[in-house]
Design a protein around this ligand. Structure first.
Ligand SMILES: [Zn+2]
Length: 446
């Protein structure tokens, strides 16, 4: 790897200029800006690496790029996206979001952490490998979409139609980097999500609240229904729901005990007094990583304006999300929720499905996970922090079903992802190139 590293060092300026060029292109999925241009830029970049590139457009979506390069017995799947979040509010940026700027050892630009840095560092690592070590000893398959920041509405369709292109022995997912203690982090999956809106109507129109003693009130009706979903001890009560939750093994619990998790710092950051149920230590982490959630995200009913208005609301609604762990699925949750409400006489509560993804989690013991940890140790000279899953969600299951998957990237704890002044450290970026180079080499013959 010495020649690899020498090549990366010698090309540092060019690599950085290329990253700036990629980040200078606004590619805002939410606003439909610049997606085709960047897809073409990437297509060209991949072809220069010797990749065979295909583009897939579904119902007028921005192209999903699929690229294949290298040859060998083993296949590494790599997932990234070329779209970014809108840069607003613009006035909070110290430098323009699409004029990448180097400041104090960091590159500041919209999308550099999420996730153009991850993407380009992987491409540059493959270039360095081919230029110094030789042809790739494995097959690499890239899937790069342009709609991640708006929820990947077409990725599932792509995955269903092209399962054959997604066969692999391991997958490197987007995102990841270093935590607040500058420790390198590997994350082994995501929670699923089932997002619903619950709506109830109790009369044709809002009424004078003097009718409150004799005419049903939609707000109360909704509150009563919601109360059956979760109790004051934070237990989720949806019939059958918890039967599908796989509890952590003794080994997984033991692993949680090794994770850095600064409870006091988190309380301080978010300004709350205590975790629910006074949770702390391993029990807190079990709940955070291995537990599902049932969250009221929003409530709407009746009068919300200034002062008092004596009104009996006829409609009430709540947005509720469930974060899912194996073996819950959004389809199952919708079914359980309907049956649960019906059984309690809440047939009038309408459930609107606002979308969902399945959970996916690789095992701590998986050889690919262990390989990534070993490569991290080599690259960063320290033990990586391994999170069993992200508490968030993503389309990981639709792409990587049955393929062990690790998130590892070049971001950091204060990268200001989705916010003004998004940034990465240049040193992290170049270490990331080294990580990918090492991974390719060792993945060939584990
Ligand atoms: Zn994002």
């Amino acid at each position: 790897m010495e020649r690899f590293q020498a090549y990366v060092d010698a090309n540092r300026t060019r690599f950085l200029e290329e990253l700036k060029e990629l980040c200078a292109q606004p590619t805002i999925a939410a606003q439909g800006v610049g997606l085709e241009e960047t897809a073409r830029w990437l297509e060209n970049r991949l072809q220069r690496l010797g990749a065979r590139v295909q583009r897939f457009v579904m119902d007028g979506s921005p192209p999903v790029l699929y690229a294949e390069l290298g040859a060998g017995e083993r296949t590494l799947l790599i997932y990234n996206h070329y779209d970014v979040q809108p840069p607003e509010p613009l006035e909070e940026w110290h430098t323009p979001p699409f004029e990448p700027t180097i400041q104090d050892g960091r590159l500041v630009a919209r999308g550099v952490a999420d996730n153009k840095g991850d993407l380009l560092c992987r491409l540059q690592a493959l270039e360095a490998y081919q230029e110094t070590i030789g042809p790739l000893p494995i097959r690499v398959r890239f899937v790069i979409e342009g709609e991640e920041e708006i929820g990947s509405p077409h990725l599932i369709l792509f995955a269903e139609q092209h399962r054959d292109l997604l066969q692999a022995d391991g997958c490197l997912w987007e995102s990841g980097g270093k935590d607040a203690g500058r420790r390198f982090v590997l994350t082994l999956g995501v929670k699923g999500i089932c997002y619903v809106e619950l709506t109830v109507r109790t009369a044709a129109s809002d009424l004078h609240s003097s009718w409150g003693g004799v005419i049903p009130n939609a707000a109360w009706r909704l509150v009563w229904a919601l109360q059956t979903l979760k109790d004051a001890n934070e237990r989720i009560l949806v019939d059958g729901f918890m039967d599908h939750v796989r509890p952590p093994t003794a080994q997984e619990r033991a692993h949680l005990a090794t994770l850095p998790f600064d409870e006091a710092q988190i309380k301080d950051n978010f300004g709350f007094a205590d975790f629910v149920q006074g949770l702390s230590g391993v029990d807190l982490l079990v709940q955070h990583f291995y537990g599902p959630t049932c969250t009221i995200c929003g409530l709407k009913a009746g009068y919300q304006g200034q002062g008092s208005k004596t009104v009996l609301p006829c409609v009430a609604s709540a947005k509720v999300d469930f974060r899912l762990v194996p073996d819950l699925t959004p389809e199952l949750v919708l079914e359980l929720l309907r049956a649960h409400l019906d059984r309690r006489g809440f047939q009038d509560i309408q459930i609107t499905d606002l979308g969902g993804t399945r959970p996916a989690r690789s095992s701590l013991d998986d050889p690919f996970v262990r390989l990534c940890a070993e490569v991290a140790r080599l690259t960063y000279g320290a033990e990586p922090v391994i999170y069993p899953t992200s508490p968030g969600s993503g389309p990981l299951d639709s792409l990587c079903r049955d393929v062990p998957t690790v998130m590892a990237g070049v971001s950091h704890a204060n990268a200001r992802v989705h916010a003004p002044n998004e940034n990465i450290f240049l040193d992290d970026y170049f270490q990331g190139i080294r990580f990918v180079g090492e991974l390719v080499r060792r993945f060939a013959a584990p």
